[in-house]
Write a protein that binds this ligand. Sequence first.
Ligand code: MLT
Ligand code: ZN
Length: 462
Amino acid sequence: MGIAEGFIDRLTQFLGPKGILTGPGDLEPYTVDWRKLFPGRAACVVRPASTKQVAEVVQICRENAVPIVPQGGNTSLAGGAVPDASGTQIVLSLARMAAIRSVDAIGLTMEVEAGCVLTNAQNAAAVEGRLLPVSLASEGSATIGGIVAANAGGVNVLRYGMTRNLVLGLEIVLPDGTIVNGLRHLRKNNAGYDWRQIFVGSEGTLGIVTAAVLRLLPRPKHSVVALLSVADPKSSLELLALAQEELGDQISAFELVSAASLNLVSKHSGLKVPVAAGEWFVLMEAASSLSGLKDGAEAMLGIAFEREIVLDGVIAESAGQASELWALREHVTECEAREGKSLKHDISVPLSAIPDFLRATGQALAAGFPEARVNAFGHLGDGNIHYNVLVDEGLSSEAITRIVHDTVASFGGSITAEHGIGQYRVRELARYSSPSEMALLSRLKHVLDPQGLLNPGKVLLR
Ligand code: MLT
Ligand code: ZN
């Protein structure tokens, strides 16, 4: 089915020239994801400047039965924010709605529009001495609407939870064009169903996030960052347990990176690894406003060396050095992309099962695909590993994913811990969920979006 005559004209008339893009060259940045794994086409890109305009665009699309793909920074790792190849969908970019409406340093909240880039929101909180703790490699492009719609994770989930835990209020445009204003700055609110949480993580399939109220925290005064090498994943779990015993919930990040991942980083970024090689590395950060954090961390590491849990390591001596250590972790995805195409597996299993999961998956892959190159790294503290496999010539993507996801299922895990389903994992979700779970998701979708116009083909097939 083509786009109804006059549809683009009506949008142009309503939004003005700044609010719509139609030239093929202008559309490209919006129609393909940054990894270039999901190229699509769009009838046009609309760039509304207010919630009212979003609602009006939704109405116009509804009248013309045109599907809408909401988009923030286009950093989805699951093809969640780009259109399909039909050319009959439109992209609705929230980029022009980027205002930080307020930062309440006493109430520890901020109200931000959907198109605000995460780094800008973090900085606005920092100016007031507050912390917006969502932190991801793509934070310089990812937007507030996108992280809410995707329920983004990142490196601080261990201490602060997923984005879901930080969303106090939301403003949503429903698929019928209704604006629902739930921008409350409340910590406690038990009035009725908690509808916010249905939209957090719904990946733009149930409604369009136009603004959010986020929870802030006091900004810790001190932090310690260390890069440590360990012999195996089991030792990294022992280290996590020890660190939590000794430093409590001051541990804010606990990342596991394989030697193979750091080799990719050295190869493509030239960054140097300042720790003697082990098979695995842990990058950990602790933060606190109380003094004595560094002494506590050093004492903890002393015990770890004594018990031979840690083989080698460095503690950053300055903020610059801390950033250098973090850069090694943050460059993994980019350097993986430079190495070539990869199959992304964003799995989680119960924390204590991580070593067995890594062993079982490694063995199964080695048996079926001895030449497969694994790039495993991730958020160990959350039981979340990005078990990515480089897809070299002649390897069957489907068979490899089947091995990884079947192993995940055998450990009672999830096929996506933080990246979401997008279009990448639609069939996988259906495969690994129970029929009753899938029926519940479909019913929810149908109630809110009976015409199936919001981000079709993401999360659910229809
Ligand atoms: C990360 O943790 O760096 C990203 O979520 C992972 C990825 O690229 O798979
Ligand atoms: Zn991640």
